[in-house]
Every structure is written in C-alpha cells, then in structure tokens.
Design a protein around this ligand. Structure first.
Ligand code: AMP
Ligand code: MG
Length: 418
C-alpha cells in the first residue's frame, strides 16, 4: 500500500489503537534498589505493626501522667534501639530519646523543654517537671502508623521515593514489578553519519537516535541502540529483525514518507500487521504503527518520521503512552493542562497542530488565581530541532482558519517538567 492509501487517522483514535495493542509486560522480581520508577505488580501488605513498640515522639522524660508537675528522681535512661532494664514507678522519671521504647510503668513523655535538671542530691539526680501531661502524650502507640495486615501499596502503584520507603519499612526487599520495556531504536537513511563524524557531501549527522535513546531512558524504558541502516531492504530488514527479537518495542526513524526509498511501510507490512500509516496531525503525518507476534510475544513497531521534530513529537504522543502501558501504568496517557497563549498563533487549515511551547506558572493569570502561560519556541519547522528546545508542553492547536489571539486558552500536553 502506498502512503496515500492509508486512511488519515485522528491522533486520539491512533492512540486508542496503540493502547489496545499494548499490554503490561509479565511481572518479574527485583531488589528494592532496582525498583525505583517501576509499577508494582502485586499489593504490598504489612506483616507487623509500625511502630512495633510504644515509641517516644520527643526527647524528654518518660513519666507516669498521673504524677503531674513536680520534682522527681531520675531512675534511668533509655535511648533509641535499647530496651530499659528498669521500670518507671509512680513518683519517678526516666530520660528518653525520640524513637526509644517507653519503659514499663511510664505512660507519657514530657518534652525536655518543659523540664529542668536539678542536679543530684544524695547521689540521686532530680528532674523538675513543669508541665503536666495526659496519658499517651508524645507516645506513638504500637501500630499507630501501620497496622499489621494493612495494605500499604496497591498493585498498579508507581514506586517513587515514598513507596520505596514503605516497602523497606514493611520488610519487602524483593518486589514484584513490571519490567522496564526494552525499546530498540533504528535510524534509517543513506545520508546519516554518527554524531562524532564529519559529514561528507550530502550527509548529515544522525540526531534522532541519540535523542530517542535519551527520551526512552527518561520514560523508564531500556534503550537498545540498533545503529543506522542504509536505505536498502536488506539493511532495514536486518535492523527490524534484530529489534523484533531483542526488544518489546521498536522505533525506526525516517523512510516513512512518499519517496522512492521510503521502505519502512512495506517492510512493516511484511513483518506484521500495520494498524495505521497516516495521522491527521502536524508535524508527524506519516507516522506508522504495526504489531508482530514473535514467540507468542506481542511486539510493537513504530515507523517514526525522519524529520527530528516529527520524530520526537510522535514519540511523545504515541510511544510514551505505549512504553507506559507495557511498564504497567494504569493511566499511560500524557497529562493535559490549560495554557494561556503568550502570543497570537496561526492555525493550520488542514490538520491539528502540536505547537511546541514552554509553559510556566504565572500567579497573575485568571484574575490572580494563577495559570500556565505558554511561550512559543518560535519557528515550528519539522526539521528545526530548536523548536523542541526547552519545550515542556505541546499546545493542541485545532485545525482552522486564521489565528488564535494572545491570551487564548488552549489544551496542552505535558512533555517535560512544568
Ligand atoms: P525521510 O522520512 O527519511 O525522508 O527523512 C525526512 C528528513 O529527515 C530528511 O531531511 C532526512 O535527512 C531527515 N532525517 C531522517 N532521519 C534522520 C536522523 N536520524 N537524524 C536527522 N535527520 C534525519
Ligand atoms: Mg530517509
């Protein structure tokens, strides 16, 4: 099929197809240290109470609350990690540090700021308690943070710092997670040379591969660099073949438009099933998506356009959600915000456009309630990678006539830190 024979799909429809074809990779067990950023495949349940003992919240004195303010003999010291080998009888106090187990007999802690050391009389140190406290004051009861049997994390949660901390606290050092998807990247084009080479006549450096490898790592994927394939069936087929066997997802760039040497579409048709070959969007119209089953495993293949901006925009719109779905994300789509245009922007009469912009929080917008202000990155040519520099949103400009005025509010997909 030539490119023009593929129906032109709306991006939302194409994304629906991609997400339908992508399923979470089968869970594996990894060490907690390796789990950061991954999606939990099974619920995490605490076996023990946290804290496992009644613990002091403050540095101060363990007391019997009923004693009230007064001067009391100091009968001992208990610090975190130790157990008192004495009891606190009524009319006595013990020095205690934060996190230490409350000695038997004591039922509250008076913080050190409310006390005074009086010095020793007859070899016995005395402490003045200035402030009375209620039973239980400044003590964390057993299980007050986490109860035994409590589910601390649900399957499908993403393991950030807090979640890793929770797993550590409940003693789950080996954790069931979905693995990082392996994503292979193949550049195509006779004109391409490596970034460290000096291009000869007619040649340019391959920007897409380094860029996509970085983007894959940033998205939590495991990049696999397949190098550059020349514009020949053999060269590209070899790359596709390797990607199909060694990765869950394969990205090629270039060779998907209408030229004589645009070989990707027919080769993807040969390798598997092509689901779409044309999108109603700017930039990135020729973006192509196929699936193939290798040894019972579903592989996803994207033929991304060659122009660097088209390549990266289609990567964000379609490949990131695919990587996330494979990685087990329950909500794999990009986040949307509303952004106020800082300047008037022209509309494309034929296709919705993903205009690259830098959004920052402006507290003065929306009558002082605040909002995101989007500043265009400038000329939006699909070859001009400078239009992606510092971009953290893709403004979803509708297809239409004329321009959107400055101050207009448009939806924007988040592709970087806001
Ligand atoms: P193609 O889709 O192969 O016709 O490529 C479209 C445009 O993108 C051409 O100007 C190519 O030279 C350029 N291009 C293709 N692949 C890359 C790449 N990996 N890095 C930089 N530019 C590329
Ligand atoms: Mg090419």
């Amino acid at each position: 099929m030539s490119e023009s024979e593929y129906p032109m799909l709306a991006v939302e429809q194409a994304l629906g197809i991609v997400l339908e074809q992508a399923s979470p990779l089968p869970p594996i067990t990894v060490a907690l240290k390796q789990a950061s950023g991954l999606i939990l495949a099974e619920a995490a349940v605490a076996r023990e109470a946290m804290p496992p003992f009644a613990a002091s919240i403050k540095d101060g004195y363990a007391v019997v609350a009923g004693d009230g303010p007064g001067d009391y003999p100091l009968v001992g010291t208990v610090t975190a990690g130790r157990i008192a080998d004495f009891a606190v009888q009524p009319g006595t106090v013990a020095y205690i540090t934060t996190g230490a187990p409350l000695p038997s007999g004591a039922d509250a802690v008076v913080m050190v700021e409310e006390t005074e050391r009086l010095g020793s009389a007859n070899g016995q140190m005395h402490v003045r308690v200035r402030q009375g406290v209620k039973a239980g004051a400044d003590v964390r009861p057993v299980g007050s943070d986490i109860e035994p049997g409590q589910q601390v994390l649900a399957a499908g949660m993403r393991l950030g710092a807090a979640e890793i901390g929770l797993l550590a606290t409940v003693g789950i050092a080996q954790v069931r997670v979905h693995p990082r998807p392996r994503v292979a990247v193949l550049s195509t084009g006779d004109e391409l040379v490596e970034p460290d080479a000096t291009p000869g006549p007619g040649q340019i450096r391959d920007s897409n591969r380094a860029m996509l490898v970085a983007a894959i790592a940033a998205a939590g994927g495991e990049p696999l660099d397949l190098g550059i394939a020349g514009d020949s069936v053999d060269s590209i087929s070899a790359g596709i073949e390797r990607g199909l066997h060694e990765a869950d997802l394969l990205l090629s760039s270039g060779g998907v438009s209408m030229g004589d040497l645009d070989l990707i579409k027919p080769l993807l048709e040969e390798a598997g099933t092509v689901h779409f070959g044309r999108l109603r969007m700017k930039p990135g119209k020729p973006c192509t998506f196929a699936t193939a089953d290798i040894d019972g495993q579903r592989r996803l293949l994207f033929g991304l356009p060659g122009n660097p901006v088209s390549s990266l925009v289609t990567y964000y719109l379609l490949v990131i959600p695919a990587i996330r779905k494979l990685a087990g994300w329950r909500e794999p789509r990009l986040t949307r915000i509303q952004a106020h245009l800082d300047q008037a922007l022209p509309l494309d009469a034929y296709r919705p456009e993903y205009h690259r912009a830098t959004a920052t929080w402006d507290p003065g917008l929306n009558d002082g309630q605040g909002g995101y202000r989007a500043i265009s990155t400038g000329i939006q040519a699909s070859s001009r990678l400078l239009s992606m520099r510092t971009a953290n949103v893709l403004l979803e400009l509708p297809q239409g006539e004329g321009t959107l005025t400055a101050g207009s509010v448009v939806a924007a997909l988040v592709i970087g830190d806001l």
